[in-house]
Design a protein around this ligand. Structure first.
Ligand code: ATP
Ligand code: MG
Length: 358
């Protein structure tokens, strides 16, 4: 996957940007609030996804304008393709001149992986963010997983509703119904875990190798999957937890309480990692995701790295700039000092929404 050309009109503070990127490394530097992240955001929209900053579509249009336009020409599937995205009150997209029913139909056609400072939550926050990461990645690679996860979530919602009603005294505990829920929940729960564990198994060697590279071999990252009930088995754990569940008013064991563990040098990255280590760990996860995607699709996703350099020492910055091999990368940063270590690629300067090759 390679972006050949980008044209942006009236998107955020970008009035008119035309860019022909480098095939490997592209660096956007500039002061704060000049439009660097906005530019990555415009590229990200070609994946068919929503803004990675959670902004609603209509807020992406430049203040005072009525419509934003983004055109991305890219090489994929052995040929040059083009997507045009227009945003007014909502987002519409076309692919190679043909309008799509919904913008998300671009998924799987153009693919990218984004690192944004918000993604530090992947390490810093509770298990929720890590489960979402694993689930989203699993869904992308194995569409069947979407159904498996949906079934689990459906039964879980039903079981929780029953338990809550019992707790509130609205109905007596219907043991037969609870038994039936438990059985179905365990069945789909084991499936959910099977998919997630398989994904983590596949991700692990990539993430660990990348982290070793980032830390110049000084630190080791390890990924694991931790089940809510420890090593126990789910049907037994669920039965044992029933009284607790009825008191709590929700289901306390199962894949919805599992975690993806990330350790550095044997201790939890979340509890003991430094800023730079946590950032490196997220980066390793994201770059590993990109490697797996390229294995799955036979096409390398474009890598978008927003503000990844801050808090990283020189050798880690160097690794990023020079060792993400075979991918087309777009990086933003503020200090041009990092750029002097660039050994190839194209540097662009962003100022007040205007982009110029440096
Ligand atoms: N819809 C919009 N119309 C016009 N301007 C907008 C719109 N949305 C955001 N902006 C402006 O875009 C500016 C630049 O945003 P951006 O996040 O791209 O900066 P940046 O160069 O990444 O800065 P930093 O280095 O601080 O991350 C902001 O000052 C913001 O006010
Ligand atoms: Mg920014």
């Amino acid at each position: 996957m390679n972006i050949c050309e980008l044209r942006v009109r009236q998107f955020r503070n970008l009035e008119a940007v035309d860019m022909i990127p480098h095939g490997a490394m592209n660096i956007f530097y500039g002061d704060n609030a000049q439009g660097k992240t906005n530019l990555l955001e415009s590229l990200w929209l070609a994946t068919g996804g929503k803004s990675f900053r959670g902004t609603k579509d209509s807020d992406l249009v430049r203040f005072g304008a009525t419509q934003a336009d983004i055109s991305v020409a890219f090489q994929a599937g052995g040929r040059r393709q083009c997507t045009d995205i227009t945003i007014d009150t909502r987002r519409k997209a076309s692919l190679n001149g043909i309008p799509l029913r919904a913008a998300n139909r671009l998924m799987g056609v153009f693919c990218a992986v984004i690192f944004s400072p918000d993604h530090l939550s992947l390490i810093k926050d509770g298990p929720d963010a890590r489960r979402r990461f694993a689930d989203a990645a699993c869904c992308q690679l194995r569409p069947l997983y979407m159904k498996v996860l949906a079934e689990y979530t459906r039964v879980l919602t039903q079981r929780n509703a029953l338990i809550k009603a019992v707790k509130k005294g609205e109905q007596p505990p219907d043991i037969t119904l609870l038994d039936a829920y438990d059985e179905r929940l365990c069945q789909s729960g084991l499936e959910v875990r099977r998919f997630r564990k398989e994904y983590i198994e596949e991700l692990r060697p990539f993430a660990e190798t990348i982290y070793t590279g980032l830390s110049s071999g000084r630190e080791a990252l390890h990924l694991g999957y931790e089940m809510s009930e420890g090593e126990g088995n789910l049907p037994e754990a669920m039965k044992a937890a029933r009284a607790t569940d009825l008191r709590a008013g929700f289901t306390t064991v199962g894949p919805h309480r599992d975690d993806v563990t990330v350790t550095i040098g044997g201790t939890s990255a979340r509890l003991f990692g430094s800023q730079g280590q946590q950032r490196s760990a997220v980066l390793a996860l994201k770059l590993a995701e990109a490697s797996l995607l390229s294995k799955g699709y036979g096409e390398k996703p474009v890598i978008l790295l927003d503000d990844v350099m801050s808090e990283l020492d020189q050798s880690r910055q160097e690794y990023i700039l020079n060792h993400i091999e075979g991918f087309q990368v777009f990086v933003t940063c503020c200090e041009p000092t990092a750029i002097s270590r660039l050994t190839g690629g194209q540097v662009f300067h962003m100022e007040n929404g205007r982009l110029t090759p440096a």
